[in-house]
Write a protein that binds this ligand. Structure first.
Ligand SMILES: [Zn+2]
Length: 84
């Protein structure tokens, strides 16, 4: 193997490394930001959950309206009133 072969082999490895690095970056980006919060929908009514609500409560699974209903439901159930 002469000097030209060695530098070619080095360039190939370097190109492969850069490609692999870019691929892993893309995968990480897809995992962390692939699902936009604005696309989350309420588990009760399937309406999109308000982005401001998600910003305030990232774990929210209901829209503001249904969350209010659910909390009222809980309160009534605790106090013995049958719902709906
Ligand atoms: Zn809802």
């Amino acid at each position: 193997m002469d000097e030209a072969d060695r530098s070619q082999a080095f360039a190939d490895r370097e190109a492969e490394r850069i490609l692999a690095d870019a691929r892993s970056r893309n995968a990480a980006a897809a995992l962390s930001g692939g699902v936009r919060p604005a696309l989350r929908v309420c588990v009760d009514c399937d309406d999109p959950i308000d982005a401001r609500r998600l910003a305030a409560a990232p774990a929210a699974i209901r829209c503001t309206h249904c969350q209010g209903c659910a909390e009222q439901h809980d309160t009534r159930r605790r106090s013995g009133v049958i719902w709906p």
